[in-house]
Design a binder for this molecule. Structure first.
Ligand code: 8YV
Length: 339
């Protein structure tokens, strides 16, 4: 009997997904969540045929140096700024991500942050839990927040998640503006009831600005002090995309000085560290990168990553056709090689 291909899973994963992988592979799954050093990644990846990795695992030239075995890296996320795709492609290593299955859950969460930031859910809960309510003589005009309905929603980055956020805005009777590299097809624009504007106009007009951009070097600090200065003092900023798209220090300064009303943040520069100035503020709602973390969605993401590995390594019903490859040119090269 030939030995099963070897697969490394860099983060603890649902046992049923690991069991699916174990039908085909010799699985080495991490039981404890932790960050791996480049050396650890290099060593692990040198000994396996495929790996399921998380966003904290940076897969680049350093960790792939001298690797002649690895065929496939499945990212447990839709964003893949942790993968150096050019280098993977050059090494003939297939990469995949987890699009679509998380779109609606992440769009839901963007709304959770918008509503929570606008209506001061976090700060008022902290006050209640601290026991301040009894005896406070809470006034009629305490805890006043911002209305969401009827306002202008700005979406920066109008991919699938941005469109999901826009579609939900109809229920809140909002005016939806977006800015994107390219204009949506007319049918989608109509479905989303969204109007394309320039970035400057988006910054000036949005009452709620939600960031859904992929993280690329060009998008580093796409929202910094100059952009924040263009926004309304009454505006709310929501970042569910990636840390580093916002200059967190500049954002904290704007929130502290009252040049921006509030923010909701799921992602941070240098996470899991959070800028101390943000932690000190009450007008920002903070969550630990959980926008996709519903039971169903995280399972679907894990299963999709597993589907990609199973199919890429030639097993299962979709053998040879992984569902969501990022560099399909590698697949073409593999088949040319076989022929
Ligand atoms: C993470 C995400 O994958 O999909 C993405 O790009 O940022 C999230 O869904 C998730 O937080 C697991 O780390």
């Amino acid at each position: 009997m030939t030995a099963k291909p070897k697969v490394w899973v860099s983060r603890p994963l649902f046992p049923d997904v690991l069991a699916r992988l174990a039908e085909y592979f010799d699985v080495d799954a991490e039981a404890v969540e932790r960050r791996h050093t480049a050396d650890e990644l290099k060593n692990k990846l040198a000994g396996v045929d495929a790996a399921l990795v998380g966003l904290a695992d940076r897969i680049d030239a350093t960790v792939l140096e001298g690797n002649t075995r690895l065929k496939m890296v499945a990212n447990l996320g839709v964003g893949f700024n942790n993968l150096d795709l050019d280098t993977l492609t050059r090494h003939g290593i297939l990469a995949s991500n987890t699009p679509d299955v998380l779109t609606e859950s992440v769009a839901d969460f963007a709304w959770a942050l918008m509503l929570a930031a606008a209506r001061r859910v976090g700060a008022s809960e902290r006050w209640l839990r601290a026991g301040h309510w009894p005896g406070s003589n809470q006034r009629f005009d305490d805890w006043l927040g911002l209305d969401v309905h009827g306002r202008t929603l700005g979406i920066l980055g109008m991919g699938r998640i941005g469109q999901g956020i826009a579609r939900r805005a109809a229920g809140f009777d909002m005016n939806v503006l977006y800015h994107n590299r390219s204009r949506l097809p007319e049918m989608l624009e109509r479905e989303c009831k969204a109007t394309l504007v320039g970035k400057d106009e988006l910054l000036r007009r949005a009452d709620f600005l939600v960031l859904v951009l992929p993280f690329t070097p060009e998008n580093h600090h796409a929202i910094g002090a100059p952009e924040l200065a263009r926004m309304k003092r009454s505006a709310v900023l929501v970042n569910i995309a990636r840390g580093g798209i916002v200059d967190d220090a500049a954002l904290a300064a704007a929130l502290r000085e009252g040049t921006l009303a509030a923010a909701g943040l799921d992602v941070f520069e240098g996470e899991p560290q959070v800028h101390p100035d943000l932690l000190a503020l009450d007008n920002v709602v903070l969550s630990p990168h959980i926008a996709s973390a519903s039971e169903e969605t995280r399972r679907a993401m894990a299963n999709l990553a597993a589907d990609n590995v199973i199919a890429a390594l030639g097993f299962g019903e979709a053998a040879g056709n992984p569902p969501t490859p990022l560099n399909p040119a590698v697949l073409a090269r593999w088949s040319a090689h076989k022929a």
